[in-house]
Design a protein. Structure first.
Length: 161
C-alpha cells in the first residue's frame, strides 16, 4: 500500500481500475476481485483518498438524455494576461451556469470554454446572456461538436505498473 510519498503498487492500481469501472462498488466486492480482505481494501481506499489520488466519487450523467445534447467549445482571447483581468474572467466563468468546463491555455487563445446547450437557439441565448458579458474578452471563436469520438477517460498506461 502506497503512503503519501510512495508510488502506487499493483494492488492500488487494480483497485483504482475497478473503481473507474464502478465507483459504487463496495469494499467487499472490490476485495473479492482483488483477493484481499474488505478491511484492507477500505484502508487502501482511505489512504488513496487522503493522498488525493481519489478526488471524489460521482455519477456520470448523460447530458444529452437530460436535454443538453449540443456541445460547444469556445476559444477566448483576453485583453491582457494581468492578474486582475484573469481573476475577473475566471470568477465570471465560475458563476456562469452554462459553462461546464474552462481551461487556461498556452498559445494564441487564453482559454478554452465548453458549454452544453439544448440546441442552437439556446446556445445563441447563452452567448447573448452569459458569454458576451464575460470581462476582458476581446475575441471568441465557437466550434460545435458534431460527434464525440472519445468520451472522457484515463490516458493509456495511467494505471499500468
Amino acid at each position: 500500500m502506497a503512503t503519501e510519498s510512495e508510488p502506487l503498487d499493483r494492488v492500488d492500481r487494480r483497485l483504482l481500475s475497478l473503481l473507474v469501472g464502478n465507483a459504487r462498488a463496495t469494499s467487499f466486492a472490490l476485495a473479492e476481485s482483488i483477493g484481499r480482505s474488505a478491511t484492507a481494501i477500505a484502508r487502501r481506499l482511505r489512504v488513496l483518498e487522503e493522498r488525493g489520488v481519489i478526488a471524489g466519487y460521482e455519477a456520470r450523467l448523460n447530458l444529452s438524455a437530460l436535454g443538453y445534447p449540443t456541445i460547444v467549445h469556445i476559444k477566448m482571447a483576453l485583453e491582457s494576461q494581468r492578474k486582475e483581468v484573469l481573476e475577473a474572467f475566471e470568477a465570471a466563468v465560475i458563476a456562469s451556469p452554462s459553462i461546464v468546463r474552462c481551461d487556461l491555455m498556452s498559445g494564441t487563445d487564453d482559454y478554452l470554454v465548453t458549454v452544453r446547450a439544448r440546441d442552437l437557439s439556446h446556445f445563441a441565448e447563452v452567448h447573448r446572456e452569459e458569454l458576451s458579458h464575460l470581462p476582458g474578452v476581446t475575441r471568441m471563436e465557437s466550434g460545435f461538436v458534431l460527434r464525440e469520438v472519445v468520451a472522457p477517460r484515463l490516458p493509456r498506461g495511467a494505471l499500468a505498473e
